[in-house]
Ligand binder design. Structure first.
Ligand code: IVH
Length: 685
């Protein structure tokens, strides 16, 4: 077709397809049959192939486009993505309402309105539109900066690449940022897990993890294969309005929907605590039948101008509140209680139960935490119990239900020896531990699973069953052996064919090039979770520097306290661990992390060279934030008091550090004095 005519036809087709997409995905009310839609789509594709210069990124054919990325860029949000104050008890809700009314004053409080929304349990994202086109999208990250996941968000059919405009649609501002939640509906979630299981992969614990896992795929093709949805719930930034701006949240939701974004149909308006309670009750009743996960409701002051008057605390807006649902509970019976050895050697009593469905998930195991908990709850084999599942937390036995007429079994006792390796168990406080470390098969298998897990080296196809098998068959005697496995060894094992064996060895090879945060997390150092591993990597940059760090230096990392610092140094000093680590490093290439902040020696600012220790709680700002604040002013914040400490900030319920300070003659500051010092440095909290 001649270029000019083709251009006109392409525009027409794109408009028609966008319209049908909107009707199908957002409105759930398609006007044309699939065949008709496919015909339009293929015609567009053909014309675009014929005239590649007419391709444009907002064409409906370009949702899944681009090469896999090597990493996600860091993206600064146009406005912070704050979190919400939350509680599951009614008195907290009543207090929220009272505070809002008091803050508004009697006149405004008289005609106050709230918007009530389901609290979607997914991954929060920011979408930025410029001149109506989707410019970029990012994860929430730390609230200020997130990961740029534009390519992945583009694959979600309910996210418009171009905002709807034209007749009857309110004009959009030149630049705007929408906040919303990416979720996976339960149908697709179940299918995805079935598929993962069939492929020998680890299933996701819940739709939230599945959604954020899909968003974090570097290859948009993979994201596109996992059906996601996005509900928009906030306009967090806008600039350059032509028409009138919305004055209420209700209008915001209406406008977002008019622009083609999906707004949850369960949103309502209310004015009183009674309205809120009724909405909460109604959604809790519907919760299991919605087809997507919600974990409570969100209450937002409707009037946007009034919100400004109420303002924010350091973390939350004062105009919104999340009223959460209680965890789901069901009653079932304990069949047996078995000791289970975790990767750190802690032996946990696990209740094996008559399978019961709790909120759409079948539960047959629940943790009893430790031997003291078994005594405290007085549960025995055969007992009837109430079990709860809260988010992705492992199900727990909440309480025993008394059955006066039933004869109960004997009191449960922890066995004297490790059920995996036979080593006598030792007691550490309420915990029971197998001291055999890597020599205990259960612990070694646990370490393998952890090292291969999604947030660590992310080795696809290596789950608990394979790990146990490798250990039992003597193929992996030490963690580094994992990377020496050969396909011909694996094919000998049950459940492996040549294809899967080769694939796993390939995946291990791929995973053996990794970054410091993943590797560190994968080591399974007690107390070092994903966030701490990332902070440590940022602070030290290389594994060498981290291994050489003493406790004082470790405590300079915000969030690392004395106990964690001790765990870390103990781990690295242990000769067995050191040997395993050295051997691992011969097989795994760990990229260094660029340090986030200038080294302490170069620190500048009003507190340069000063050393702070914080103890006890502060009322004006969270302790961690106070630590970060003094660090940003050039100081170091450590966890334990020494002669070199300049100030010990003593908050409420302070521990022994206040006494240490007195003994060593270190200056102590109460909260007021600390705030005064900050004020001198030009910072008002
Ligand atoms: S409003 C300041 N609305 O809940 C406004 N959040 O901490 C904050 N969420 O991470 C967000 N559904 O991802 C809002 N209808 C909704 C929501 C919602 C789910 C999530 C959000 C955030 C968390 C609250």
């Amino acid at each position: 077709m001649e270029r000019k005519r083709a251009a006109a036809r392409i525009e027409k087709l794109r408009g028609a397809i966008r319209h049908h997409d909107y009707l199908y995905y957002v409105k759930d009310a398609p006007e044309v049959a699939d065949e008709e839609y496919d015909r339009l789509y293929h015609e567009l594709q053909a014309l675009e192939t014929e005239h590649p210069d007419l391709l444009s990124p907002d064409s409906p054919t370009q949702r899944v486009a681009g090469q896999p990325l090597t990493s996600f860029p860091t993206v600064e949000h146009l406005a912070p993505l704050l979190s919400l104050d939350s509680d599951r008890e009614e008195p907290a809700l009543v207090r929220f309402d009272e505070r809002v009314r008091k803050g508004l004053g009697p006149e405004a409080a008289a005609d106050l309105a709230y918007v009530l929304e389901p609290k979607l349990d997914g991954a929060s994202v920011e979408l930025v539109y410029e001149n109506g086109l989707l410019l970029r999208a990012s994860t929430r990250g730390d609230g200020t900066k997130g990961e740029g996941i534009t390519e992945n968000i583009r694959t979600i059919p309910t996210v418009p690449l171009r905002l709807r405009d034209g007749e009857g649609t309110p004009p959009h501002p030149r630049l705007l940022a929408v906040r919303g939640e990416v979720i996976m509906h339960s149908g697709p979630f179940d299918k995805l897990n079935e598929r993962l299981l069939a492929e020998g992969k680890e299933p996701f614990a819940n739709p939230r993890n599945a959604a954020s896992g899909a968003l974090r795929q570097l290859d948009p093709q993979l994201t596109a294969s996992r059906p996601l949805d996005l509900y928009a719930y906030d306009l967090i930034f806008s600039e350059g309005w032509e028409g009138a701006q919305p004055a209420t949240q209700w209008e915001v939701l209406r406008i977002l929907a008019a622009w083609g974004l999906r707004v949850n149909p369960l949103v309502r308006r209310g004015t009183t605590v009674a309205d809120i309670l009724a909405y909460h009750k109604d959604l809790e009743e519907k919760r299991d039948d919605l087809g997507f996960e919600i974990d409570g409701i969100v209450i937002k002051l409707d009037d946007l101008a009034a919100r400004e008057g109420l303002g924010w605390t350091s973390r939350h807006p004062r105009w919104a509140f999340a009223f959460k649902f209680p965890p789901r509970k069901e009653v079932t019976r304990i069949l047996s209680i078995v000791p289970s050895v975790g990767r750190t050697g802690v032996v946990t009593p696990v209740a094996l139960m008559l399978p019961v469905e709790i909120g759409g998930v079948t539960v047959a195991r629940a943790t009893l935490h430790n031997r003291e908990e078994v005594v405290r709850k007085d549960v025995r084999e055969g007992d009837r119990v109430r079990v709860q599942r809260a988010g992705d937390v492992i199900p727990q036995v909440v309480e025993r239900i008394d059955e006066p007429d039933r004869e109960r079994g004997p009191v449960w006792q922890m066995p004297p020896a490790c059920p995996s390796c036979g080593m006598p168990l030792v007691e550490r406080g309420p915990f029971t531990v197998c001291p055999n470390g890597f020599n205990c098969p259960a612990q070694l298998a646990g370490r393998i699973v952890h090292l291969a897990s999604r947030d660590a080296l992310d080795v696809e196809g290596l789950g608990e069953e394979s790990a146990k098998l490798f250990v039992a068959q003597g193929l992996v005697r030490r963690l580094p052996d994992l990377f020496d496995l050969l396909p011909e060894q694996l094919v000998e094992l049950e459940g492996f064919a040549l294809k899967s064996a080769t694939k796993l060895v390939e995946n291990l090879k791929k995973a053996s090039k990794t970054g410091l945060p993943r590797f560190l997390y994968g080591l399974g150092i007690p107390e070092v979770g994903v966030a701490v591993a990332r902070d440590l990597a940022r602070h030290f940059g290389s594994l060498g520097r981290l291994r050489a760090a003493d406790e004082d230096t470790l405590e300079e990392v915000p969030g690392v306290g004395p106990r964690m610092a001790e765990q870390i140094t103990t781990f690295f000093r242990d000769p067995g661990n050191a040997e395993v680590l050295d051997d691992l490093l011969k097989r795994v290439e760990v990229a260094e992390t660029a340090p986030a902040a200038p080294a302490a020696a170069e620190a500048a600012g009003p507190f340069a060279g000063k050393k702070f220790v914080f103890t006890g709680g502060l009322s004006r700002i969270p302790r961690r934030q106070a630590q970060e604040l003094v660090v940003s002013l050039g100081a170091r914040a450590t966890g334990s008091v020494s002669k070199g400490t300049d100030y010990v900030v003593v908050g409420e319920d302070a521990g022994s550090k206040a006494e240490d300070a007195q003994k060593l003659g270190v200056t102590t500051l109460d909260e007021e004095a600390f705030l005064a010092l900050l004020k001198e440095a030009g910072v008002e909290v």
